[in-house]
Design a protein around this ligand. Structure first.
Ligand code: PLP
Length: 369
């Protein structure tokens, strides 16, 4: 058996004909950017997420950049996110002149620790935007985050790039903060065939600002009211995403089923398995286990033709790109320890039960050695 870490070709096989039809339809419409398909998908995804507005953009990084700027932050302002996320959670705005701060995480959900956030906001005056990341598809503790941020006059932009369909106390992630950013990168729970992203919000002000920012700051043809970007979700991707949105809940359920098989088969091993809080509906964008023998296990599985990955091996504050900030090892111990021990096992809707059983059998063999 040869198990891939993602298998996009297999995931899409069953509806390849539908995708080709959609592509042909858009091709013959003659409308490729900012047309009816984009609007229809923005409406559909905003409704799915339980918010009023969706603004399709070029990718998830731009969704954070445009969503953040639309919340009112500007160059020189301070922002805070977690150190154990994908680099884009910080880089989206630091490339625009914003100053990053990091807050350590909870050891079980791997998401922002509200107590440490409160300490940071008390200590470091002037942080204007908080970007909680719903990492791996598990929601952050949003009630606490929102309360603390409100108290300190900090706006909240959810990084929901890994959390399409995740529930926090019955509500969709993306509907909780001032705005939220989604990515439709191909491997995401809802992915397109290239890059894509969306800002969602309930605020008419943030909506209008994001609409301008994604399209050269335009308010009308050749009327540029503010400086903006060129970052739009194209019609082909939007049409395909609208079709795939109809399958998202079923795929998320399939991921949860695969997770249950992993839990059952691995419960006797020393691995630390993912946590699902009682108030959460985890969509398992990634299935991340933990062990001090991470590198040995990874090599062992590679020899058995099972691919794994590490999301993410170096916390953001220790990346060379941010060396000018002067962080050293030991600053965020929970996130740093996690980075040394985590391993992502294969997780995608078309992963077969016999493949999951094979992976688990090999892991059990590893521990028997
Ligand atoms: C947590 C997180 N934030 C931001 C991004 C950036 O999204 P994109 O790759 O679409 O720019 C990603 C995905 O790669 C992500 O996983």
């Amino acid at each position: 058996m040869n198990v891939k870490i993602f298998d996009l070709e297999r995931d899409h096989k069953e509806f390849k004909d539908n995708l080709i039809q959609i592509f042909e339809k858009v091709l013959s419409s003659g409308e490729y950017i900012l047309g009816k398909e984009g609007e229809a998908f923005e409406y559909a995804f905003a409704s799915y997420t339980g918010v009023r507005y969706g603004i399709g953009v070029g990718n998830g990084t731009d969704a954070i950049r445009i969503g953040g700027l639309a919340c009112g932050v500007k160059a020189g302002d301070k922002i805070v996110t977690t150190p154990n996320t994908y680099i884009a959670s910080a880089m989206a705005l630091t490339t625009h002149g914003l100053i990053p701060f990091f807050c350590d995480i909870e050891p079980d959900t791997y998401n922002i620790d509200p107590e440490r956030l409160e300490d940071l906001l008390k200590k470091e005056r002037g942080i204007r935007l908080c970007i909680p990341v719903h990492l791996y598809g598990h929601p952050s503790h949003m009630d606490e985050v929102l309360d603390i941020c409100k108290k300190h006059n900090v706006k909240v932009l959810e990084d929901a790039c890994q959390a399409h369909g995740t529930l926090y106390k019955g509500k969709k992630t993306g509907s909780l903060g001032d705005a939220a950013a989604f990515s439709f990168y191909p491997t995401k729970n809802l992915g397109c065939y290239g890059d894509g992203g969306m800002v969602v919000t309930n605020s008419p002000g943030i909506y209008n600002q994001a609409l301008m920012l994604r399209n050269y700051g335009q308010t009308g043809k050749h009327i540029h009211t503010i400086e903006g970007f060129n970052s739009r979700l194209d019609e082909v991707q939007a049409a395909i995403l609208r079709f795939k949105l109809g399958k998202l809940d079923e795929w998320n359920e399939r991921r949860r089923h695969i997770a249950r098989v992993y839990f059952n088969e691995l419960k006797e091993t020393p691995l630390k398995l993912p946590h699902e809080a009682p108030w959460a509906y985890h969509v398992y964008h990634l299935f991340v286990v933990r062990t001090e023998k991470r590198d040995e296990l990874m090599n062992f599985l590679r020899e058995k033709y099972i691919a794994t990955l590490i999301h993410y091996p170096t916390p953001i504050h220790l990346q060379h790109a941010y060396s000018h900030l002067g962080y050293t090892k030991g600053t965020f111990p929970v996130a740093e320890k996690m980075a040394e021990e985590i391993l992502s096992l294969p997780m995608y809707p078309s992963l077969r039960e016999e493949e999951v059983l094979y992976i688990c059998e090999q892991i059990r063999t590893f521990y028997k050695k």
